[in-house]
Design a protein around this ligand. Structure first.
Ligand SMILES: [Zn+2]
Ligand SMILES: [Zn+2]
Ligand SMILES: [Zn+2]
Ligand SMILES: [Zn+2]
Length: 156
């Protein structure tokens, strides 16, 4: 279920006003221009249809705009705010694109989720961690696991 509307050229369109003047959904003033900009089933001054974050104009015919939570956004800001990086490999919830993530091989993790999945130990820069059966493990748990399986690390 998409929670945004992507408008293509067929949606952000210049239309001829009919007899009744329309109010602009941006500034609430009447639109007296020769053409109206129609987007999201509302009418706009060309200058009033802009990104709520960076103020860039979205009024050009054919421009793509995104809306969510009553915000109108340009593609860049939409992705920054509401895009997703992927699912956290530990808690399997979505990770928003603006959040910092930890990566291990092909997996991404919330910062908070990146810990040994057996003892919850957090890792600092330089700490060793291991991926086994897609689980993050600290060195201790990894080596214990190996020993249980009978593959004791070789001691030289
Ligand atoms: Zn306006
Ligand atoms: Zn923007
Ligand atoms: Zn997570
Ligand atoms: Zn551990």
């Amino acid at each position: 279920s998409p929670d945004f509307i992507q408008l293509g050229s067929s949606h952000a369109a210049l239309v001829q006003p009919d007899t009744k003047p329309k109010g602009c959904a941006g500034c609430n003033r009447k639109i007296k221009d020769r053409y109206l900009l129609k987007a999201l089933d509302k009418y706009w001054h060309e200058d009033c249809l802009k990104c709520a974050c960076c103020d860039c104009r979205l009024g050009e015919v054919g421009s793509t705009l995104y809306t969510k939570a009553n915000l109108i956004l340009c593609r860049r800001d939409y992705l920054r705010l509401f895009g997703v990086t992927g699912n956290c490999a530990a808690c399997s919830k979505l990770i928003p694109a603006f959040e910092m993530v930890m990566r291990a091989k092909d997996n991404v993790y919330h910062l908070d989720c990146f810990a040994c999945q057996l003892c919850n130990q957090r890792f600092c820069v330089g700490d060793k961690f291991f991926l086994k059966n897609n689980m993050i493990l600290c060195q201790t748990d990894y080596e214990e696991g190996l020993m249980k399986e009978g593959y004791a690390p070789q001691v030289r």
